[in-house]
Design a binder for this molecule. Structure first.
Ligand code: LMR
Length: 396
């Protein structure tokens, strides 16, 4: 039976990560996978995480199962982190299941949608994180696209986006990136969020928010402002969140799937479906990542430290955006890269050709995803000149 299988291509982002690891060039630079790096090129464990882990080690009393929804303290704290003191919380209309990473949360959401409306299509931005398409298709849902990034002007195709979203049938799902759009770094502004929210209400589509970079754009509050505004306007939505980046807990696989319903009674029914989905995929989530986040957010001191560490990561990335623009400009390149400074989060497109990307990899061991997406955090003072010289050379 297995001999009938056809080989499948490696995931473009993870495949690149593996290639980078094998490269022996001491000057190699990894601008591929979305993992934060320090000036020294490391991805260290946050100090607040280390302290929370030490606390758990001392205080954990059992390894018994934690339940389908995971750690309920974690779930409640995630709801507050995402929604603040939102009326949906006050009205008891939100239910959350801890999930194995943001991807796990999205996969749970996909199965939940397939149960709520098997004929629903999921509309994603063009472009979007490549895995979105595979995730929703794997749950048997149709994936459709709506215009988003303007490759020519390095901005948003907002009018085109709205024109397409107007045609979305009632009951379909529209996936929106809350902040730090992956892969373009181009986000909606407050006014645009309001327009999308009003349209969702008018047309009757259900928003699904992917929030994997809260705190990496402007601030924890600002990065959630769009989703909060949506939740003010529509009765139902889904939020898939991740603690991989903002808590640096990548390999612990910790995220959450939150469902907002029109009433507390509907929320209870939705929750029963959500939990049955969890049971049929992985039964119960792993405990460790949630325990760390719960401990940090349950302690004023550790929360303050986390805010500080998160701000450091965000400020470094924002500083690098300006540094990269300046470094390329000072090399007299004809292309205008100033758009990089206007975008948010880890990623921007360099907007260079596949041939130029290949040259960067083959001749300089600089690893960039094939779409020209770069992880800005992979640049440092130590490799900046090497990177800028290489880009300036290949785009000449
Ligand atoms: C990325 O986009 O690089 C990250 O979200 C990591 C991943 O799993 O693709």
């Amino acid at each position: 039976m297995f001999a009938n299988l056809k080989p499948l291509p490696t995931d473009p982002i993870l495949g690149l990560m593996a290639k980078y690891r094998q490269d022996t060039n001491p000057n190699k630079i990894d601008l591929g996978v979305g993992v934060y790096k320090t000036e020294q090129g490391d991805t260290p464990i946050l100090s607040c995480v280390k302290k929370a882990e030490a606390f758990r080690l001392e205080n954990e009393t059992s390894k018994s199962y934690i339940g389908l929804a995971g750690d309920l303290g974690f779930c409640a704290k995630m709801e507050s982190l995402l929604l603040g003191e939102h009326k949906a919380l006050l009205e008891n209309r939100v239910r959350t299941a801890q999930a194995p990473g943001g991807t796990g949360a999205l996969r749970v959401a996909a199965e939940f949608i397939a149960k709520a409306n098997p004929n629903a299509s999921v509309w994603v931005t063009t472009p979007t994180w490549a895995n979105h398409i595979g995730l929703f298709s794997a749950a048997g849902l149709t994936v459709k696209e709506y215009p988003y990034y303007d490759y020519e002007n390095k901005g948003l195709l907002f009018d085109e986006m709205m024109a397409t979203l107007k045609t979305v049938p009632k009951g379909d799902i529209v996936l929106l990136h809350a902040c730090c759009h992956n892969p373009s770094g181009m986000d909606l502004n407050a006014e645009q969020w309001q327009q999308v929210a009003d349209l969702a209400k008018e047309v009757g589509f259900t928003p699904l928010i992917d929030i994997a970079y809260q705190g990496f754009g402007t601030s924890l509050e600002q990065d959630a402002a769009g989703l909060r505004l949506l939740a003010e306007t529509v009765d139902e939505m889904i939020i898939c969140s991740s603690c991989s980046k903002n808590f640096g807990l990548y390999r612990e696989r910790i995220g959450a799937c939150s469902i907002i319903s029109e009433s507390s009674a509907v929320a209870d029914v939705a929750n029963s479906v959500l939990l049955s989905v969890v049971r049929s995929i992985y039964s119960m989530p792993p405990a460790h990542g949630a325990a760390i986040v719960d401990t940090i957010l349950g302690s004023e001191e550790l929360t303050a430290e986390w805010h500080q560490e998160l701000a450091e990561m965000r400020n470094r990335i924002n500083g690098l955006r300006s540094t990269i623009v300046e470094a390329l400009h000072s090399r007299g390149v004809a292309q205008d890269f100033s758009f990089i400074e206007k975008q948010h989060g880890m990623f921007s497109f360099l907007s260079i050709t596949p041939e130029q990307i290949e040259r960067l990899q083959k001749e300089y061991s600089i690893y960039i995803v094939g779409s020209s997406r770069v992880n800005v955090a992979g640049v440092s003072q130590a490799n900046l000149d090497y990177f800028a010289d290489a880009v300036a050379t290949v785009i000449k």
